[in-house]
Write a protein that binds this ligand. Structure first.
Ligand code: EPZ
Length: 438
């Protein structure tokens, strides 16, 4: 186990390169199961979630080769249709294996993913879609069993009470590209990661209309071939570095950022006093000379403000003028970062699915516990702005979704070290934070 020690107070300055998107890579790896021919996927981030998905594909029988420099080659010859619990439980995104196993093998047995700290994480919309596509779906001993001998195109509605489902849309796409007939997906997720998956599937020979829209049409084909696919930049990582620049009063450019994928994030952050400068493929962030302003945002499916950047904005709201109001419409309880930020001196009241942040806090370093990926990133951002040292435990949460986070932050002037857990001061080892004590 490792920990981060962060000494706050240095404004971040300089350039970092955006990594490939975790949330585009995971469905792309799954999509490679749809063909026995090799798929070469480039700009893949070096993350534990990616290595884990590679391990699951190998377990299913695919040949998976890390070619180095972010390129992977996946050749899915003979495949098993069973993804067991001991593998699936560690990463809920493995649910997006359902679609390609059904599309390619017409059957699947995938363990039900657990919930997680950000919410219940239901998959009712996934299973409803598969049933409407002619699959026989049942749950047995914690596994989802699907018999898809009767698979056929259909009209599907993918909206739920919190909007469309991203991995549900990925599953519907990958289940229908090889299904007989035509499928219309209504209220499909239109996150850039889904558009990227569509581009890969089309490169493999799929017939998909209206890529990037809420209404997708898929004409099933008999078979798919291999492809060369380059993963888009990680918009959530880019947004995290934009906020890192602002929270430290710095001036950071993210190279390789695609600002068109940042939807309402840029707009909302500009309203809150951030200035952006987009020049030849890089996105520069600094604070408006008149200073930060209160943040008022509501998370929504794309192109609304992304839920995966809510915790990071909450950290920024702690030091800016208040009150700020951040409302979650995607994961109403996604505020695990609030109690940890309060340990650093923030004043945050949670009312229903909103966080009311008083603002103007002088944050001070404290021992904190990482929980979910984005809440952990928020704690790091707060630590960069805090006075004194912050020790962050369970940093494996961060390594799931941020490629060499500490190294990139150090290159911008942050005082952050990755240390073995036994480097923790004695007092901290004896008093883990409340989150870690359960
Ligand atoms: C994807 O998760 C992302 N993960 C999440 O990023 C992201 O927060 C989320 O989309 C929303 O943008 C990956 O792409 C691997 P959903 P996903 O299905 O697909 C409800 C990160 O930090 N819902 O779009 O699992 C659900 O409860 C991760 O990188 C149902 O009700 O999310 C939620 O409220 C965290 N029934 C909303 O829809 C369903 O069957 C959106 O969920 C499915 C979802």
């Amino acid at each position: 186990m490792e920990v981060f020690r962060i000494r706050g107070g240095s404004p971040l300055r300089g350039k970092v390169r955006a990594s490939g998107s975790k949330n585009a890579t995971l469905p792309a790896f799954a999509a490679a199961l749809l063909t026995p021919e090799p798929c070469v996927i480039e700009n893949v981030p070096d993350l534990s979630d990616v290595r884990f998905m590679a391990e699951i594909l190998q377990h299913l029988g695919a040949e998976v080769e890390d070619l180095g420099s972010g390129s992977w080659k996946i050749t899915a010859g003979d495949l098993s249709s069973q993804a067991p619990y001991e593998l699936v439980r560690k990463m809920r995104a493995s649910i997006c294996l359902l679609g390609p196993l059904i599309g390619r093998l017409r059957q699947a047995r995938v363990a039900l993913p657990g919930g997680c700290v950000i919410g219940q994480r239901p998959i009712d919309l996934h299973l409803k879609a598969l049933t409407n596509l002619g699959c026989a779906v049942e749950v047995d001993a914690g596994d989802i069993l699907v018999d898809a001998k009767g698979l056929h195109g259909a009209d599907l509605f993918l909206g739920g009470r919190h909007g469309s489902t991203v991995t549900g849309t990925a599953n519907a796409l990958m289940a229908t590209v090889l299904a007989p007939g035509v499928t219309h997906l209504e209220s499909a997720a239109c996150e850039p990661e889904i558009a990227d998956l569509c581009r890969m599937l089309v490169a493999m020979g799929a017939r998909i209309e209206n890529t990037g829209g809420h209404r997708l049409t898929i004409h099933g084909v008999k078979s798919l071939g291999g492809c060369h696919h380059r993963i888009i930049a990680d918009r959530i990582e880019v947004g995290t570095y934009c906020i890192a620049s602002a929270i430290t009063g710095g001036d950071v450019s993210v190279v390789g950022a695609d600002a068109s994928h940042l939807g309402a994030f840029l707009d909302k952050m500009e309203q809150s006093g951030l200035c952006f400068d987009q020049q030849n493929g890089s996105l520069r962030t600094f604070i408006d000379p008149s200073g930060l302003r209160p943040i008022e945002l509501t998370t929504l499916p794309y192109p609304g403000y992304p839920t995966d950047l809510q915790a990071q904005a909450c950290a920024l709201a702690c030091i800016g003028p208040g009150p700020s109001i951040l409302t979650e419409r995607v994961y109403p309880n996604r505020f695990m970062h609030a109690p940890e930020l309060s340990r650093m001196g923030a004043e945050i009241a949670i009312e229903g699915s909103s966080a009311i942040v008083k603002g103007n806090a002088r944050l001070s370093g404290a021992p904190v516990m990482a929980s979910d990926l984005r809440a952990s990133a928020a704690l790091i951002l707060a630590a960069l702005a805090a006075e004194g040292d912050t020790w962050v435990q369970r940093i494996y949460h961060l390594d799931r979704g941020y490629e060499v986070f500490d190294k990139k932050l150090r290159s911008l002037g942050a005082e952050i070290e990755r240390l073995p857990a036994d480097a923790l001061p004695e007092t901290i080892q004896s008093n883990p934070s409340e989150l870690g004590s359960t």
